[in-house]
Write a protein that binds this ligand. Sequence first.
Ligand code: PSU
Ligand code: MN
Length: 306
Amino acid sequence: MIKNYLKINPEVASALADNRPVVALESTIISHGMSFPKNVETALAVEQAVRAAGAIPATIALMDGKICIGLSKEEITLLGKTGLAVTKCSRRDFPFILTRKRMGATTVAATMIAAALAGIRIFATGGIGGVHREGQFNLDISADLQELARTNVAVISAGAKAILDLPLTLEYLETHGVPVVGYQTDWFPAFYTRNSGLKVDYRVDDATEMAEILKTKWTLGLDGGIIVGNPIPEAFEMGKDIIDAAIEEALAKAKQKNIKGKDLTPFLLGAVEAETGGRSLDSNIQLVLNNARVAGEIAKAYYNKS
Ligand code: PSU
Ligand code: MN
């Protein structure tokens, strides 16, 4: 039974049972997205931001043969300290990591799967995976995009990093019927910068309307997620030239080292951070906090109870 694989912490379980707002949070951002101790500090601050918005946070990871929904401070610290030695898990990895009782950090795709199993509909992260540069030749397309096409969870993110091919990413999402919303913007955000220069399908200005749109989609049986693109706050936006140069350097290094598959995204994230002397990390933290806040507000409107 699925239930045997789920370990939902009591606070989250009771919120779900009472139809109170819950926000799912991923753990690959902790193990592979940032380094210790900033990763742990950020993960805890993100949980606080969800609480401040009036929702219950549920950070998700695989541990001891269970899909854990809602982690303790100790579990978050363990993930953060173990870092890259934790297995980065997407859809394909669940059966192996659970059977072998290994520790697994969930990507956007895996967090969507786990959230849906637990009955959580709203999920906040930093940036989603997408179609990599030259994706039309190397077919490196994140499993996040397929998951968004099939699993009923709304993903609040600051868009996707320009390490990816953003136009191809949006084309792929359109083909698979995944709506891309700009939250208080007409433009798809590019993570460190507010505007990728690419238009979103729909602009939505408030949490209440966003919640209604989600209910309408799922009531109609139109399975799949929605991307809610929430741009980085202006004060923390990076200069486009600085970030573009760092990304070009990172991409060149990855090519030279022949980094491929699931290692590519963490490698590029680390290389960009190193190139910008940690400045990108501050922006990264601030945009995740902002996404947690907006996700909390959408969850409150969706569950209509606090
Ligand atoms: N993009 C970021 N930060 C991240 C990730 C992506 O800006 O931490 C992580 C997320 O967990 C995402 C995963 O789901 O990388 C995508 O990896 P891949 O490209 O291998 O599918
Ligand atoms: Mn990939």
